[in-house]
Design a protein. Structure first.
Length: 129
């Protein structure tokens, strides 16, 4: 009877050790991530290709470009981010903070305003001679 109790105790301890070791392997593995998918458009909902995208968080930065359809996708660690967009002919864009949760796809639609074409030329009075 003592041998059976001892064997059951040893098996219980062994099972617990295996369980704890599997938990530690999972927690030391890959960091939890989420995804940010977006579309960059002009004010008339036209897609903006080749826009430069920067996603910035406390300990993570990602830079990429929109594809020919104005779309981008970034896999990011969980956390809070700001999205910055720059494209030729448009004003720069900065998002409000965006929280990314594990195993969630955050969808963003970004509308860019057209950049001013420049300042009008100054009118300089001609010198009278």
């Amino acid at each position: 009877m003592k041998r059976v109790r001892c064997l059951i105790g040893c098996l219980t301890i062994l099972s617990l050790l295996c369980f704890v070791s599997s938990l530690s392997a999972q927690s030391s593995g890959k960091q939890a991530t989420g995804q940010i998918k977006g579309v960059v458009m002009d004010i008339q909902d036209g897609r903006v290709p080749d826009a430069i995208i920067k996603i910035v968080g406390k300990d993570f930065k990602w830079t990429g470009m929109t594809n020919s359809e104005g779309e981008f996708t970034a896999d990011v660690p969980i956390g809070t981010y700001h999205i910055y967009v720059a494209a030729s002919g448009f004003r720069k864009f900065e998002s409000a903070s965006l929280k990314v949760n594990p195993n969630v796809i955050e969808l963003v639609n970004i509308h860019l305003d057209i950049a001013p074409t420049g300042r009008p030329d100054k009118i300089v009075p001609e010198k009278q001679t």
